[in-house]
Design a protein around this ligand. Structure first.
Ligand code: GLY
Ligand code: MN
Ligand code: MN
Length: 434
């Protein structure tokens, strides 16, 4: 992504603020244990506005007649650069990012009270991190202590995320191109996992296939911990142990997506460990696929966000009745929420820099309208735990099918269409790999 894209976003945020100061810090590094850190992941809001991926950095935007874009970042440091690698330092960062000013991060406490003096409001991610809440209040109090010298302190503190969320929700062409590449890599990883799967392997061996495909394509991390769940493990929604042996008659549910250039993909596929669906597995699988097809059809500009969940739900409810999992009419199953024994999550979420991306789902109590450029997942499922009211042939079947979908002017585009999901496609792929 070019620096002009980030500059345009900063200019847009400055216009929205009108007058006041916005402050957005990147994420802290997190220690794993002695001398070792978790792989560093920058803050998504900060990245969206800067493209800068070094830790210890803060963006300050001063809105008003003479807007100023200011970056605080680490100084250059020859010794640290020998150990840890290149640092931009303020001067080069200012140039590379197209900021008006850049300063050492060590100057933040000295300069911030001056920057917020005589400003009506401070915008920052309020309540996200206690250290920043305390710091902002401290700076405001420092300005307040000077009121008798004629300066005024900001009267309002607002959450800057409310403004950025709406920007992040609608993706531009560069973001969509990146997300398409993330989706393609992830689709290839799922196909690779299907080809590699056979009875007797461990779930983590398949997880390794996914990670291999991500990393060899430049996606250095998964966007979230991969779920590789054989058999009954698929009925644990957030199963991440991935350490059981795969059994011939079972299904394998994989929910995994890479992060590429800071953007997430999020795909789930479910397929038979042996390469061939049993009759019962196929019945439930086709039901979930039908629900997904109906839901994807309900994704279009002007539709309510809730509409595609409702579309999936009605198909699932009909199927649960046919499979003797639920009794009564579709309306009764939906209204009584009896379906929740087998389908207990929503049908999807926004997708972008974060796997569960920024943006409201409802406004003033009403479901949000879909617009071109919004990206969401469509992920119905069915999870059948052993129970007295459940036919035994269906016990421990857990299925989810998840695709990533962009709302377009004329309807929708499925970013993840390359990941096989038809029964015959999956069976053909797996038999050709055997
Ligand atoms: N992989 C997380 C989700 O599907 O929401
Ligand atoms: Mn997922
Ligand atoms: Mn998802």
């Amino acid at each position: 992504m070019t620096k002009s894209i980030f500059a345009r976003r900063r200019a847009q945020l400055l216009r929205q603020i009108g007058s006041g100061v916005a402050l957005i810090a990147t994420a802290p590094e997190t220690a794993r244990n002695r001398d070792t850190h978790f792989p560093y992941r920058w803050d998504s809001y900060f990245y969206y506005l800067t493209g800068f991926v070094e830790p210890e950095a803060v963006l300050v935007l001063v809105a008003g007649k003479k807007p100023r874009q200011i970056l605080f970042c680490r100084d250059k440091d020859v010794t640290r650069e020998i150990w840890d690698g290149y640092r931009y330092g303020p001067a080069r960062a200012r140039q590379a990012l197209g900021m008006d000013e850049a300063h050492s991060i060590t100057k933040l406490d000295a300069l911030l009270p001056k920057l917020i003096s005589d400003q009506p409001a401070v915008y920052y991610p309020m309540g996200a991190q206690q250290v920043w809440d305390e710091r902002v209040i401290r700076w405001i109090n420092q300005v307040k202590a000077l009121v008798r010298t004629g300066v005024s302190a900001p009267g309002e503190v607002k959450d800057v995320r409310a403004l950025i969320d709406d920007m992040r929700l609608v993706k531009d062409a560069a973001e969509l191109a990146t997300m398409q590449r993330a989706a393609d890599i992830t689709a290839a990883a799922h196909a690779r996992a299907m080809r590699a799967t056979r009875p007797g392997l461990m779930e983590f061996e398949i997880e390794a296939e996914l990670l291999h495909e991500f990393v060899r394509n430049g996606a250095r991390a998964p966007a979230y911990t991969s779920i590789v769940a054989g058999g009954a493990n698929a009925c644990v929604l957030h199963y991440v142990d991935n350490n059981a042996k795969l059994k011939g008659g079972d299904l394998l549910l994989i929910d995994a997506g890479c992060e590429l250039d800071s953007y997430a993909a999020d795909i789930t596929r479910t397929f038979p460990v042996s390469g061939v669906f049993s009759a019962a597995q196929r019945d439930v699988y086709e039901l979930v696929l039908d629900a997904q097809r109906a839901a994807i059809g309900a994704v279009k500009p002007g539709a309510r966000f809730d509409a595609y969940h409702e579309a999936a739900l009605r198909v699932l409810a009909r199927g649960f009745i046919d499979l003797k999992l639920c009794k009564g009419s579709v309306d009764a199953v939906v209204d009584s929420k009896k379906y929740q024994q087998f389908y207990m999550h929503r049908t999807g979420h926004w997708l972008g820099l974060d796997v569960h991306d920024a943006g409201d789902y409802a406004r003033n109590g009403k479901s949000r309208m879909l617009e071109p450029g919004m990206v969401l997942t469509v992920e119905p499922g069915c999870y059948i735990r052993p129970a007295k009211n459940v036919p035994k042939a269906l016990w421990n079947i857990g299925i989810r099918i998840e695709d990533d979908v962009v709302v377009t002017k004329s309807g929708r585009h499925i970013l993840t269409a390359a990941a096989p999901k038809q029964v015959r496609e999956i069976e053909a792929l797996m038999s050709s790999a055997a």
